[in-house]
Each structure stands twice: as C-alpha cells, then as structure tokens.
Write a protein that binds this ligand. Structure first.
Ligand code: PLP
Length: 392
C-alpha cells in the first residue's frame, strides 16, 4: 500500500511550537519575571449563561424516554438553522434555513469542502494566511497561488486579473492581520470569481467583531450567491472553541461544471458526517436569541476594549498596524526594521510579553507580529505599558 504522497509536500509549521519553546526557556531561566501572553488565539471568557442553560436543558431532554433523540439530521436541526437564518436577516442578508449546514466548527468544513472539487483546480489564498486553507489543499495535491497582502494594499490583497484561480479563499475580518474588506473590495473579488468561473470560500469566523459598516457576510455583496460559499463559527462569536459548533452556507443557485453545489455538499456530508450533538445545537440556538446576543456582546465588548488599548498604544508609538477595530487581532509592523523573530525575542526578553511572529503565516508576514485581544484586561494594560517604556 501507499500513503497519500501529498503529505510529503506539507511544510512543517514550527510557529506555535517554537513560540512555546522560546517562552518556556525564558520562564525557566527567569522564574521571577511575570510573562504576559498576547499571542493567545483562543477565547478566554466563559460561555454566556443562557447558552449554558440551553445546553443543560438539551442534555436533560436526552435523559428522558419521551424527549430522547438519536442521530440528528446531517444538516442540523431546523430550529438552529432558522435561528441562524434570522441572525443573517438582522444583518440585512437573506439566507434560507435550507441553505445552512450546521457543523462542529469552521475548520472542518474549510478543509472538507475540497472533497467536492476536482484536484485540478488552482487555489488562491491571500498571504499571510490561516494555514488550514493551504495545508488542506496541499493534502489534496492542488496547486496554490498566493495574492500578497501588504502595507500597500492595507493587508487586503486584491485579485490580479492576469492570474487564473478556480477556488479562492478569503477571510474577513482576517486572521492573522485583522484587516477587513470593504463592500467595494469584495465586489471586485466577486466579479473576478464570476469571470473566472471560480468559487469563493469566504471565512467569516470573526464577523461578530465588525463594528462599522463593513460586510459581515459575502452574501451582502451583489453576485455572491452565484459564486460563493460562506463558513462561519460560534467559536469567536460566542466562545464555542471548546463546545464546537459552526455553519456553512451554500446558496441554492450555486452551480459549477453542470452540478448543483449544495446537492454535492449534502451528498458529501450525508456520507462522512453524522451531525452535531443535540445539547450543543440547543446551546448554539440560544446564542441567536435576543438575550443570547446581548450576553455574547458583553464578551465581545471586553475583547474589543483590549484591542483598543493595543491600538491606542501603537498609535502613540507611531507603529503601523492593521486590525483591532473590527477584529480581535492586531497585526503590527516590527519597529526599526526588525524581523518577526528578532522582535519576538526583544519583546520577550525586555518587556516579558509574548506575541506571534508574522512570518509563521506566510512570506508576506515577515517583519510583522500578531497580538490578540484575548488576554485579560489587566494583562493587556500591563503589557502595553511595558512595550511603551521599552520603545520610548
Ligand atoms: N477560520 C479562521 C480564520 C480561524 O482563525 C479559526 C480559528 O482560529 C477557524 C476558522 C476555526 O474555527 P472553529 O473553531 O469553528 O473550527
């Protein structure tokens, strides 16, 4: 037998392991120092009370014969898909419940969606990039082209009309840069996709952090229903990183190569996926209730306040950055022309603050570093004070 030889083409990403190793070494050698982690990519605040109540109630129902439930439907319970559809409507976007597929988080579908597309397709990703898009397509043996995000385009890469792509991954608000596409910019991508007969895979995992009129969904853009699939998640919206629930939206009219994409995806899901647990779907539906939305907003506001502390400090120091306003990520240019790892070491040793070196997310990340707003308020304030005095 042979294994999938494409796995040999994966480049080992040492980013988080190396960050952890350098941090551990520093802590070992300097036990008296309080190191503050500003690279955390996971949420830190607990689930909203109404969400926990709904999860408990769901579990209770499973404990009684009359209300017990077995396998859920592949695409998710109607009550949750209705709730998600209602959430889209509140944001001015029409998505019907039967265009929604509930899943165990956006990461799974961002990778699994490749099952329904040919290996011959050319994949376009923006650089720097969330590594899942790249690695899942390398595993399938697809060719990948990169659209550079940089200071010139405000880390919002735009299409190069001379480059053809079949599958386009866009993430807005972006991980790792925090940059967000405007409606006008997304329209350019939609037009490019339609011209190329391509499909946009739009990752809106951070949509809940948008605080201005930037689009929260690709389907807010005219023409997107004919060329896009959207992946969203409750991970960052409602602290579900450990609870696991997300959703994928495929418009009914999306067709390619003589096939209806929604039908292909249903066929794929019904073959390889058996749904999300009932208590988790109850919890997810509670997020979209009036009370749920108000409670999750409190957590988002907490992270947003942290983000503002970081961006205010960068403004004061005159350091170029993207993100922070519509995102829990702040992507900063390393001062004095330092490389990502040089600045990482300097921050660790002189300010005892840990960030994430940008070059771990791609070539265009060289010379940048990512901070996140997921630390505590007190730690964020302290970390920024230290950085200010280090660079003053
Ligand atoms: N998409 C992006 C851009 C992310 O940053 C993440 C998580 O870090 C995910 C998707 C994964 O989300 P989930 O927890 O729903 O799998």
């Amino acid at each position: 037998m042979k294994v999938n030889g494409n796995f040999d083409n994966l480049v080992e990403n040492y980013l988080f392991a190396e960050v952890a190793a350098r941090t551990a070494k520093y802590v070992r050698e300097n036990p008296e120092k309080k190191v503050i982690k500003m690279g955390i990519g996971d949420v830190t605040l607990p689930l909203a009370p109404i969400v926990v109540e709904a999860m408990k109630k769901g579990a209770e129902e499973l404990s009684k014969k009359e209300t017990f439930k077995g396998y859920p439907s592949y695409e998710g319970y109607e009550f949750l898909r209705e709730a998600i559809s209602g959430y889209y409507k509140k944001n001015g976007v029409n998505v019907s419940p039967d265009e929604i597929f509930v899943n165990d988080g956006a990461k799974s579908d961002c990778g699994n969606i490749g099952d329904i597309f040919s290996q011959d397709n050319v994949v376009l990703v923006t650089d720097p990039v969330y590594p899942v898009y790249v690695d899942s397509n390398i595993m399938s043996g697809r060719k990948i082209v990169y659209a550079p995000s940089n200071e010139e385009n405000g880390f919002c890469a735009m299409p190069d009309e001379s480059v053809h792509a079949d599958i386009i991954y866009l993430c807005s608000p972006n991980n790792p840069t925090g940059a967000v596409y405007s409606a006008k910019q997304l329209k350019v991508w939609v037009d490019y996709a339609l011209k190329n007969d391509a499909v946009i895979l739009f990752d809106s995992a951070y949509e809940a952090f948008i605080s201005d009129d930037s689009p929260r969904s690709i389907f807010a853009v005219e023409g997107a229903r004919k060329c896009a699939i959207e992946f969203c998640s409750l991970s960052k919206t409602a602290g579900f990183t450990g609870t696991r629930c997300g959703y994928t939206v495929i418009p009914k009219e999306l067709e390619r190569d003589g096939h209806n994409i929604l039908k292909l995806w249903y066929r794929r899901q019904s073959t390889k996926f058996n749904g999300v647990s009932y208590p988790v779907q109850c919890a997810a539906a509670a997020v979209f209730s009036e009370t749920g939305l108000a409670q999750i907003r409190e957590n988002i506001e907490y992270y947003r306040r942290n983000a503002k502390i970081i961006t205010d400090t960068m403004d004061k120091l005159g350091i170029y950055y993207t993100g922070g306003k519509n995102s829990p990520y702040i992507w900063i240019k390393c001062p004095n022309g330092l490389g990502s790892w040089e600045f990482f070491d300097m921050l660790l040793e002189r300010a005892n603050v840990v960030g994430t070196p940008g070059e771990g997310f791609g070539e265009c990340g060289k010379g940048y570093l990512r901070f996140t707003a997921f630390a505590s308020y007190e730690d964020t304030v302290e970390a920024m004070k230290r950085i200010e005095s280090m660079l003053a």
